[in-house]
Ligand binder design. Structure first.
Ligand SMILES: [Zn+2]
Length: 141
C-alpha cells in the first residue's frame, strides 16, 4: 500500500461514509423544512410564543444553511472521487493523507494549506471589522 495514494478499499470505505452522511444531511434538511411548514400554519396569539417561534425558525435557518453547506462539500468530494482528484489538496496538489481523510472525508486541502486558508479568512474578517466605524463622530455645532 502506497502512503501517497488511496487504496481501493479505503476509497470505497470513504465513499460509503460520504454517501451515508449525504443521505443523513439531506434527510435532516428535509425534516427541518417540513417542520417549518407546520410551524407556519399554526395560528399565533401570544407574542412570546411568536418570539420563541421566530427564534426557533432563525436557529433552523442557520442549521439548514450549515447543513446545506456540508451537503455541497460532500457532493463535491463525491465528484472528486469520480474524477480521480479526491484526496489531493486543491491548492498545492499534495496528497492529503489517509488519517486526515478519515477524520475529514470532505477535506479539500492538506493540513498546511487549510491552516493558511483559515489564517487568511481570520485576517480578512479582522480587516472587515476595522472598516466598520466604531463611533459615529459628533458633528460640530
Ligand atoms: Zn496543500
Amino acid at each position: 500500500m502506497s502512503p501517497s495514494a488511496l487504496d481501493r478499499r479505503t476509497t470505497k470505505e470513504l465513499e460509503r461514509f460520504l454517501r451515508a452522511e449525504l443521505a443523513r444531511l439531506q434527510g435532516s434538511v428535509r425534516a427541518a423544512v417540513e417542520e417549518n411548514r407546520t410551524a407556519e400554519s399554526t395560528s399565533l396569539t401570544d407574542m412570546s410564543v411568536h418570539a420563541a417561534e421566530t427564534l426557533h425558525t432563525e436557529i433552523q435557518v442557520t442549521l439548514v444553511g450549515r447543513r446545506t453547506e456540508q451537503v455541497v462539500q460532500i457532493q463535491d468530494a463525491l465528484a472528486r472521487l469520480t474524477d480521480g482528484h479526491y484526496g489531493f489538496c486543491q491548492e498545492c496538489d499534495a496528497f492529503i493523507g489517509v488519517p486526515r481523510l478519515r477524520a475529514l472525508p470532505f477535506a479539500q486541502r492538506c493540513r498546511d494549506c487549510q491552516g493558511q486558508a483559515e489564517w487568511r479568512a481570520r485576517r480578512e474578517s479582522v480587516i472587515a471589522a476595522r472598516m466598520i466605524p466604531r463611533e459615529i463622530p459628533l458633528e460640530a455645532a
